[in-house]
Design a protein around this ligand. Structure first.
Ligand code: SDX
Length: 429
C-alpha cells in the first residue's frame, strides 16, 4: 500500500530518505535539509526564482484552477458573485469568510460609511505632488502616510484593532483615490457624502462638479462588477508583497502601500493602462498583423494577454467583456474595442500564443471600459487597487493569524566572489 511519501535517494551518498507528502500534495521544503553529504553540510534547499512552484502559505480565501479557468471567492463561483453580489458584500465575504446576513452587512456598511473622511493634513500632503503626478505614485505614498495618522495600527495582533484599521482603509481608499483624480485635474476636492452608497460616493467624489453629478446606474453597476472581479486573486505579486511586508508586523497601511507599489508595475496591475497604450500604438485594424509579428519576434508583449496561473481564458476577462457591451450601450462604442477584438481573434488562432497558452487576462478589456466611463489611462490601475483592497486586507489578516507564518525571509544561492582580502585604494587597478 503506497504511503503518502517520497523515497528520495541521494546518489552522492547512496542514502535514502522518506519525505512525507501532505494531503495537499506538497512536501515541506525544510524536510529536504536532512539530505546532506557530510554532517556539517547545510543540507538541500529548493531553488525557485519567482516562486513558479512554491506555495508560500495555506489560504482559505480564493481558489483558482488555471487549467479549467475557475475562480471562487470562499467557495462561491466568481460568475455568481459578480451577477448577484455588491462590492461591500464581497469585501465582507473575503474578510470574514461568510456572506454577511442583513445585520452584519448593515454594520459593515455603516462602519465604513463613518470613516470615509481623511485628516485635512492628507490634503496638504497631496498638494505636494506635481499636478501631473501619476495617481498610483500618489496613492501608494498617501496610503503609507496614513500609518502616521493611526499609530495604534501597529497592534496587528489585536483582532479589534485589525477590524477598525481594515474598515478605515476600505473607507478612505476611495476618498484618497478620488482626491488624486481631482488633484490631476486641478479641481477642488469633492468630500465624501454619507447619503450615498459606497460606489456612488466614489463616483460622486471623482466626477461631481459643484456638488452635482447625475449618476448613471448602468455605469455604476458596471464599475461595481469590475471592482468585484478584481477583489482577490490568491497569491499574485501585490498580495505576496502585502503578506511579505505585513509579516514584519508593520501596520496594515504600510503593508497595503507595498501592495499598491507592486500593482503599479506594467506586468501586473499596470497592464490595463499598458493595453490602452498598446491599442493606441496599433492605431487601426490593418496594423494588427505587423504588431503581432513584432511580438512574436520578442519585440514587445501583447499586454493584457498571458497569466502565470490561467493557462486558459481568464474567467474574469469573459465577464468583463460582457460588461463592456452594457457600458458601450450607454456611452457609445469605444472604437478601440474593434482593434482589441480583432487582436484577440488573431492571437487566439496563432500558434505562438496557443503553444504558450496565452489568453486574454483581466486587464485586456477592463481599460476600454474605464476609458468609456471617463477615467484617464493612468487612472486605470487606481481602479484595480480599489477593487483589490478587500483581498489584500483579507490575505493580510489571514497571514497575521496563521500560526505557521513567521517573518518572510527567503534563502539564496550565493554566486558572488570567493572570500578575499581588502585592497587599499592606492593598490586598486
Ligand atoms: C495580472 O498573478 C495574478 O493573479 C495577477 C492578476 C491578479 O488578478 O492579481 O491576474 C493580474 O497581473 C494579470 C497579468 C497582467 N499582465 C499583462 O497582461 C502583461 C503581459 N503578460 C505577461 O507579461 C505575462 O504573461 C505575465 C507576466 C502575466 C505572466 O508571465 P510568466 O508567467 O512569468 O510567463 P513568462 O513571462 O515566463 O512567459 C512565458 C512565455 C515567454 O515566451 P518564451 O520565452 O517561452 O519564448 O510566454 C511569452 C514569454 O515571452 N509571453 C508573452 C506574453 N506573456 C508571456 N508573449 C507575448 N505577449 C505576452 N503577453
Amino acid at each position: 500500500m503506497p504511503t503518502n511519501s517520497l523515497t528520495v535517494t541521494d546518489n552522492r551518498t547512496g542514502k535514502s530518505y522518506e519525505i512525507p507528502v501532505d494531503e495537499c500534495g506538497t512536501i515541506k521544503a525544510m524536510d529536504l535539509r536532512q539530505i546532506k553529504t557530510a554532517p556539517d553540510d547545510f543540507g538541500l534547499m529548493t531553488y525557485d526564482p519567482a516562486f513558479m512552484n512554491t506555495a508560500a502559505c495555506r489560504s482559505a480565501i480564493t481558489f483558482i484552477d488555471g487549467d479549467r479557468g475557475i475562480l471562487e471567492y470562499r467557495g462561491y463561483p466568481i460568475e455568481e458573485i459578480a451577477e448577484h453580489g455588491t462590492f461591500l458584500e464581497v469585501a465582507y465575504l473575503l474578510n470574514e469568510g461568510e456572506l454577511p446576513n442583513a445585520a452584519q452587512l448593515h454594520k459593515w456598511t455603516d462602519d465604513i460609511r463613518y470613516h470615509t473622511y481623511v485628516h485635512t493634513n492628507i490634503i496638504k500632503f497631496l498638494e505636494g505632488f506635481r499636478y501631473d503626478a501619476h495617481p498610483m505614485g500618489m496613492l501608494l505614498s498617501t496610503v503609507g502616510a496614513l500609518s502616521t495618522f493611526y499609530p495604534d495600527a501597529r497592534h496587528v495582533h489585536d483582532p479589534e484593532n485589525r477590524y477598525i484599521q481594515r474598515v478605515r482603509l476600505m473607507a478612505k481608499l476611495p476618498t484618497i483615490a478620488a482626491f488624486c483624480f481631482r488633484h490631476n485635474r486641478g479641481l477642488p476636492y469633492e468630500f465624501p457624502r454619507n447619503d450615498l452608497e459606497y460606489i456612488g460616493n466614489f463616483v460622486n467624489m471623482t466626477f461631481s462638479i459643484g456638488g452635482k453629478h447625475e449618476p448613471n446606474p448602468v455605469l455604476q453597476r458596471a464599475l461595481e462588477i469590475l471592482l468585484i472581479l478584481h477583489a482577490d486573486h490568491e497569491q499574485n505579486c501585490s498580495t505576496s508583497a502585502v503578506r511579505a511586508v505585513g509579516s514584519s508586523a508593520v501596520d496594515v497601511f504600510s503593508a497595503v502601500s507595498a501592495g499598491i507599489a507592486a500593482l503599479y508595475g506594467p506586468l501586473h496591475g499596470g497592464a490595463n493602462e499598458a493595453v490602452l497604450r498598446m491599442l493606441d500604438e496599433i492605431g487601426s485594424r490593418d496594423r494588427i498583423p505587423g504588431f503581432i509579428e513584432k511580438v512574436k519576434k520578442g519585440e514587445g508583449r501583447l499586454m493584457g494577454f498571458g497569466h502565470r496561473v490561467y493557462k486558459s481564458y481568464d474567467p474574469r476577462a469573459k465577464l468583463i467583456k460582457k460588461v463592456a457591451y452594457d457600458v458601450f450601450a450607454e456611452t457609445g462604442m469605444n472604437p478601440k474595442l474593434e482593434i482589441a477584438l480583432e487582436l484577440e481573434r488573431i492571437a487566439l488562432q496563432d500558434d505562438y500564443f496557443i503553444s504558450r497558452k496565452l489568453y486574454p487576462n483581466v486587464d485586456f478589456y477592463s481599460g476600454l471600459i474605464y476609458q468609456a466611463m471617463g477615467y484617464p489611462t493612468d487612472y486605470f490601475t487606481v481602479l484595480f487597487a480599489l477593487g483589490r483592497l478587500p483581498g489584500w486586507l483579507a490575505q493580510w489578516s489571514e497571514m497575521i493569524q496563521d500560526k505557521e507564518q513567521k517573518i518572510a525571509r527567503p534563502r539564496q544561492v550565493y554566486v558572488g566572489p570567493e572570500r578575499r582580502p581588502y585592497v587599499a585604494i592606492a593598490e586598486r587597478p
